[in-house]
Write a new protein. Structure first.
Length: 307
């Protein structure tokens, strides 16, 4: 009887396992197999000796990240930019989702949804040249078509670092907010419409329905997506911080992150052990932050925690 039950259960779950197989295989190859190379972070890799024959150096590779004068700058930039992306990106994605949910019955809704997702499909290399077309000091659109007619002095955008925190946040939100709203749109479309109808009968306007129904029901989804984003708070979009500013040295004070710093250093010293140490450092800190954030959520509201 037990054997028949197990075989019957396997027969029922086999289609689901086959459906999940491509995703599981992707995570196995791209996320779990590379973890076997963690030991490289503790070695002075010598190509003549090979990876396994190279000398162990303990935590010397990690000292590179903390003994440099740029350690504070790149850590500050990585954290603050990601915090801005998480907070502002979440708010903007929810706003877009709520607005789009009101257009689901409109013939224009599909067109609007496609337009919102389109920026996410543009590569950072292409986007960097689009931004350059706007910000180029000699022939850029902003200097020649906006500032000059208004009598405002032209700005050399790629030499003045103080503008780039705002530019990078704007570019990131423009590129990702529409795509990030898809999850929220799907969730809102699944909310029972009778709840809104009952609220409308009780005299609740549209804003009150959003505040009392939509946002509370969205809270678990917001918490889960935020926790997942916190896990990558020490990682940065390399293309955004390297390609878009055109690797301009004058902008390093506001565009330098851990990823770009390690890349530039790796190009100069070709130290694989140091690069592996940086990746391990980012992963460990991200794991700790996710566990801490989940513990806080679990203490406040256990139902919305990841585990």
């Amino acid at each position: 009887m037990t054997v028949k039950t197990k075989s019957g259960g396997l027969r029922k779950t086999l289609p689901l396992l086959l459906l999940a197989a491509p995703g599981l295989l992707y995570f196995l190859i791209n996320n779990y197999l590379p973890m076997t190379g963690i030991f490289i972070a503790f070695k002075d890799v010598n190509y003549a000796k090979g990876i396994f024959g190279s000398d162990w150096v303990g935590f010397d590779n990690f000292k590179f990240l903390f003994q440099t004068s740029d350690a504070w700058i790149m850590t500050r930039n990585t954290l603050l930019y990601n915090l801005a992306f998480i907070v502002l990106g979440t708010m903007l994605s929810i706003l877009i989702a709520i607005l789009m949910s009101e257009l689901l019955k409109s013939l224009w809704s599909k067109l609007f949804q496609s337009g919102l997702v389109l920026p996410n499909l543009i590569s950072m290399v292409v986007l960097s040249y689009i931004v350059f077309a706007f910000l180029n000091a000699d022939s850029g659109f902003i200097n020649n078509s906006i500032l000059k007619p208004l009598g405002i002095p032209e700005i050399n955008w790629y030499s003045e670092a103080e503008y780039w925190p705002y530019l990078l946040v704007f570019i990131q939100l423009w590129k990702t907010a529409g795509y990030g709203s898809i999850v929220y749109i799907a969730f809102i479309s699944g909310i029972d419409k009778s709840i809104y109808e009952a609220a409308k009968i009780d005299g609740a306007g549209k804003l009150k329905q959003i505040r009392m129904i939509t946002l509370p029901l969205l809270k678990p989804t917001i918490i889960i997506l935020t926790l997942m984003s916190i896990g990558r708070i020490f990682n940065s979009d390399f293309g955004l911080f390297y390609q878009v500013p055109m690797n301009a040295g004058a902008l390093y004070s506001t565009t330098q992150t851990i990823d770009t710093y390690v890349y530039r250093a790796l190009m100069q010293v070709n130290d694989i052990g140091m690069s592996a140490a940086a990746g391990l450092y980012q992963s460990v800190v991200g794991f700790i932050l996710v566990m801490a954030a989940n513990a806080i959520v679990k203490k406040v509201n256990p139902e919305n925690a990841l585990f």
